[in-house]
Each structure stands twice: as structure tokens, then as C-alpha cells.
Design a protein around this ligand. Structure first.
Ligand code: AMP
Ligand code: MG
Length: 330
């Protein structure tokens, strides 16, 4: 059976089963094809990064059947309701504060307190599938990292197959629903700060249409005033406790985070092992939840053992370096 299949009741059932099992499904939206995974499943989220070969964990957009479902996981304000009413379903992504009980895995928002949500314009059949996933389906564009975004199912297939001999292990299905009408990515607007609406990415909905609904100008993301504004660092997750990278031991006032082998860290006040099997994908899936748990204990520091650079190890190390830099005293 080839990976690419026309959208039908049978293939949609298979897609839903695959997503429930933590596997990935590529699907059409009005913008580009997305590489989707169950937002509630940490391993599925890690597999998205693995499959794309992304060297970094950038936060992902969660896709929902309707605004009610989207706003059940984040905290909308009046601006969000107005934009949703005007543009959903459609190519507009809103970044909003996560609800305290947000069911989306922290890796999907790269450990941030915000989550990007969108209601895409999809076929009624795929919308019904989306409605079955309360945490939504997280999906970046369905292309290997650094390649062009795919606007057809053929692009998705060619993109992933050209990289290697076999289809990526966790990609179960490419649901072929024809070419994407917009062919441009969604416009991303950050509403997470009251009083400031920020344009994070230009896309298929033009800035002036959004400003007309808001009755307010969007702040460009490149505005130098924004770059130096407080809160800028919040776009990279940083724990409260300082991180000590590539540690080999830990003292009793420190918590420890190790990749797979806890030897040397016995003295730590608390220990998290990311992957006892030594899998970087499993470690990525566990990373943010483990950091949040250790940080909540209020240790003097978090000693982090070395993480190999294979597979998702590069992205894990990148994220740890940023977290360490973010928590350094100024
Ligand atoms: P892609 O996954 O390629 O569609 O890109 C998603 C876009 O949304 C990127 O530009 C991300 O930086 C942005 N994004 C997603 N979630 C967030 C978030 N929580 N905060 C800021 N930007 C986000
Ligand atoms: Mg992309």
C-alpha cells in the first residue's frame, strides 16, 4: 500500500486510528499540507520533529474543528473572539495563553506558556476527524526541514521519499485531498499580551484585514522596540532554576536531569531520566515535562547530564542551551 491515499471514509478511519496510536498523518489544509500528530501525545509530538529532521523545537500550531474546541485549550480575549469570528475557518493562527489544564503536550509549545491555535478550512470529512481530538492535531508543514512547504500530496511524498530510501518510520499516511488553494502559510498573530497584538508571521490573510477587525495596528515582530521590551525572553522557555549543562555529578541541593544513565547523579535531590532506552525521540517527548517537574521543586540548580547529538539530540541540546542562557543572571 502506498503512503499517499485519496481521502475516503476508509482512509479517514485509518488516519484516526494511526493518530490515536501516536503515528503521523499528512493532511491538506487551505494553506499547505500539514504533518499531523495527536497534540496530547508527547511521543507523537516528538516524532513530528524527528520526521521533519528539525534541528530545533519551534512551537507548533494546533488545529481544531471549530473555535469552541480551540478556545477550550487556550484563553481567548475579545480580540481573539473577534478575529475567530471574522477569519475561522481560515488561514489565521492565534497565539494565546494556555489554559492551566491545557491538554496539549508541552513539547508542542516548546515549553512556553502560550499555544498557537487555528481552525483550518478543511473538507467536512477531515473536520469530523479533527472534532474527535480534544487537544487538537498539531502540525507544521509536511516537508523535511529546510525544504519548501508542500502544496500537494505529491510534494509531501516526494519530499520525504527523496531524503531516504523508505518512508519515514512514523508517517502512517498521506491523505490526498488535492492541491491546497492558498498555497501560502497562515498569518500568525500573537495576542498573548493584553493591549499588544503582534504580527509574528505574514501569511495568507493580509495585515490590513486583521487590523480592520481589531481596530488597532499590529506591532511588527521586527520592531526594535519589541526586541528590547520585557517579556521578549518569554518566547524561549527558561526554568527558574539555573541549568548546569554537561554536568557529570549533582550536589544534594541540586536536581538532576539525565539522558539515560543516572550514574554519578545519586546525590541529587530529585532525578529525571529522559529515556532509559537511550532514544533521543523518547527523550524529546519527556524533556519539557521533566524540566517543569524539577523546576517546581525549587532546586538551587538543575544539573543536566550530556545528551548525544544524534537524532533529536541536536534539538534537545539547542533547547537546553537556550534555557540555560535564559536563566543566567543579568
Ligand atoms: P509552522 O510550524 O512551520 O507552520 O510554523 C509555525 C509558526 O508559528 C512559526 O512561525 C512559529 O514560530 C509560530 N508559533 C507557533 N506557536 C507559537 C507560540 N506559542 N509563540 C510564538 N510563536 C509561535
Ligand atoms: Mg514550515
Amino acid at each position: 500500500m502506498t503512503l499517499r491515499q485519496p481521502l475516503s471514509h476508509e482512509t479517514l478511519d485509518r488516519a484516526a486510528d494511526s493518530l490515536r496510536a501516536g503515528r503521523l498523518v499528512a493532511f491538506a489544509t487551505e494553506t499547505v499540507y500539514g504533518l499531523g500528530g495527536d497534540a496530547a501525545n508527547p511521543l507523537a509530538v516528538a516524532r513530528i520533529f524527528e520526521t521533519k529532521g528539525r534541528p530545533r523545537f519551534n512551537p507548533l500550531i494546533a488545529h481544531f474543528a471549530d473555535a469552541t474546541a480551540a478556545f477550550a485549550v487556550v484563553q481567548p480575549d475579545q480580540r481573539a473572539h473577534a478575529l475567530a469570528k471574522a477569519f475561522w475557518p481560515g488561514p489565521l493562527t492565534l497565539v494565546l495563553p494556555r489554559r492551566p489544564d491545557c491538554p496539549i503536550d508541552p513539547l508542542a509549545s516548546a515549553g512556553l506558556a502560550t499555544q498557537a491555535v487555528r481552525v483550518p478550512r478543511v473538507s467536512p470529512e477531515f473536520r469530523a476527524l479533527l472534532a474527535g481530538f480534544k487537544a487538537g492535531i498539531v502540525a507544521p508543514s509536511a516537508n523535511p526541514s529546510g525544504r519548501l512547504s508542500p502544496t500537494s500530496a505529491e510534494h509531501v511524498e516526494a519530499g520525504f521519499l527523496s531524503q531516504r530510501e523508505h518512508a519515514p518510520e512514523h508517517l502512517a499516511l498521506i491523505l490526498d485531498d488535492g492541491p491546497c488553494p492558498a498555497g501560502l502559510e497562515s498569518t500568525v498573530v500573537d495576542l498573548s499580551e493584553a493591549g499588544q497584538s503582534r504580527l509574528l508571521r505574514h501569511g495568507a490573510i493580509v495585515q490590513t484585514d486583521i487590523e480592520a477587525v481589531l481596530g488597532q495596528a499590529l506591532t511588527p515582530d521586527t520592531d526594535p522596540a519589541v526586541k528590547t521590551a520585557p517579556g521578549q525572553m518569554t518566547r524561549h522557555y527558561a526554568p527558574g532554576a539555573p541549568l548546569i549543562l554537561n554536568a557529570e555529578t549533582a550536589t544534594p541541593d541540586q536536581a538532576a536531569l539525565v539522558f539515560s544513565n543516572p550514574t554519578g547523579f545519586e546525590a541529587a535531590s530529585a532525578l529525571e531520566v529522559l529515556s532509559p532506552n537511550g532514544s533521543t525521540t523518547e527523550a524529546a517527548a519527556a524533556l519539557f515535562a521533566a524540566l517543569h517537574r524539577l523546576d517546581a521543586l525549587g532546586p538551587a540548580a538543575i544539573a543536566v547530564g550530556p545528551v548525544p547529538m544524534t537524532g533529536l539530540g541536536e534539538a534537545i541540546n539547542d533547547r537546553l542551551r537556550r534555557a540555560a542562557a535564559g536563566s543566567a543572571p543579568d
